[in-house]
Design a protein around this ligand. Structure first.
Ligand SMILES: *Cc1c(COP(=O)(O)O)cnc(C)c1O
Length: 433
């Protein structure tokens, strides 16, 4: 068997909230001025109440609205494959599977959260969404979702990728959104950053400051975040719930290793949190490994402390592994992984020893991605290449040890719009970092 497909009625009916099963409650988000735990009213200028409730809920299961499940049917359940040809290419004794999120309308897992976020904003009567985007996947996912629910959408894209990945903003514009290179001249935060750092390549932290400011200044607008926050991790748990069922279809009752890339932590949370639930219940004993880029190694080299989510210091304080809100990573190709912080829930899991992390250089990631593409016929997103590289290290270890573990890779997206990065790699011009 090469691929396990589920039927439309096997799309999960609920999102899974790991907070209900964690050994202790994760630290709350704090108000940036008072440093007191946030209350819902603090977030109302930014988010609709349904999203605020999801951010704080301790319920184990949150029902997916039927309307959202209906839209999910456009690409969910996503396929899960046995990577037999990759196994052959590696000559490995390991059994390798991958859960592929690249077949969504914009080519990544981001639509899993963009659709419910747009839905709850529409329900709340908001008419406009603002957001940031790194490599452009989140911006295009939200542009698509806003279009579905008749909302306008403004996206601030990190300047370095706005320029290096031009087709991403064309994709956003195709869905009807407006996209600006950040820092832009359209916000106070953007103008101040441009004055202070005229040649900056931009960063997610800067783009978040701009999108938050635009939302706060417009009462009809809401801000949407594509990663990091608890409600985003919650929405992504459809991935892991499906994957666990699919591995059973392959006849695999036990998984040994799970690899996913981690930027803000949402695709990792999505595939891993339902697995951590199994681990905590004693039904599985999976070693979960977050694969982050060496250019932004928050989980492996950051400090676990309260920090801002953005550069201007306007967001709530989040307890997370962070490199510091001022940190501007090198403009590596995996734009979606260039973030100074990490999801507070993923950070807490890491702190509690529920998952491990490794940092992987850009060249090793692309070596892995190209090998994967040649074997499996799918060109992975630059970000996903980090997860593949982590899994290949493990498979090679298994071959050396003569063991045959079950390795699952979360492949968060397609690399069709990352071909400029592949061009650089194939021509030998890609710097390592
Ligand atoms: C956004 C993105 C990432 C990084 O974000 P996470 O929140 O860490 O998942 C990884 N892969 C792809 C394809 C992305 O679009």
């Amino acid at each position: 068997m090469i691929k396990a497909l589920l039927s439309d009625d096997e799309i999960p009916t609920h999102w899974y909230n790991i907070v209900a099963d964690l050994p202790s409650p994760p630290p709350p988000h704090l108000h940036p001025a008072t440093r007191e735990p946030l209350v819902p009213a603090d977030l109302l200028p930014l988010f609709p109440m349904a999203i605020i409730e999801q951010e704080a809920t301790t319920e184990r299961w949150v029902e997916i609205p039927p309307d959202v499940r209906e839209i999910y049917r456009l690409w969910r359940p996503s396929p899960c494959y046995r990577a037999r040809r990759l196994e052959q290419a590696l000559g490995t004794t390991a059994r390798i599977y991958y859960k592929y999120e690249g077949a969504s309308p914009v080519g990544s897992h981001k639509t899993n959260s963009a659709i419910p976020q747009a839905y709850f904003n529409k329900l709340d009567g908001r008419t406009r969404l603002t957001t940031e985007t790194g490599a452009g996947q989140w911006g295009s996912a939200l542009a698509f979702a806003a279009q579905i629910y008749g909302l306008t959408c403004d996206v601030w894209q990190v300047r370095s990728t706005y320029e290096s990945k031009p087709y991403r903003h064309v994709l956003m514009e195709t869905f009807g959104a407006a996209c600006y290179a950040s820092p832009s001249g359209l916000t106070e935060a953007g103008r101040a950053l441009r004055e202070k750092f005229p040649d900056t390549p931009g960063s997610l932290g800067m783009a978040i400051s701009e999108a938050v400011e635009a939302a706060v200044k417009d009462p009809g607008a809401s801000y949407s975040l594509g990663s990091v926050l608890n409600h985003v991790a919650l929405h992504q748990t459809v991935i892991g719930q499906e994957m666990l069922k699919q591995l059973v279809l392959f006849g695999e009752e036990k998984i040994d290793y799970l690899f996913a890339c981690a930027g803000g932590g949402s695709n990792l949370a999505g595939i891993a949190f339902p697995v951590i639930r199994e681990n905590l219940a004693g039904r599985q004993d999976v070693r979960i490994v977050a694969c982050e880029p060496q250019a932004a190694p928050s989980l492996t080299q950051g400090e676990y402390r309260y920090d801002f989510g953005d550069t201007a210091g306007t967001t709530p304080l989040l307890k997370m592994y962070t490199l510091g809100a001022e940190f501007v990573p090198d403009p590596v190709h995996a734009g979606g992984l260039r973030y100074h912080g990490m999801s507070p829930l993923v950070s807490f899991c890491r702190h509690e020893g529920l998952l491990d992390a490794v940092a992987i250089g850009q060249l090793e990631a692309f070596d892995a991605g190209v090998l994967f593409a040649r074997a499996e016929g799918i060109v992975p997103a630059s970000e996903s290449n980090h997860a593949i590289a982590g899994a290949i290290r493990q498979a090679e270890q298994a071959t050396a040890d003569g063991t045959s573990p079950v390795i699952v890779i979360g492949i968060s997206g397609s690399g069709q719009l990352d071909l400029p990065a592949y061009t650089e790699y194939l021509s030998g011009q890609m710097p390592d970092s």
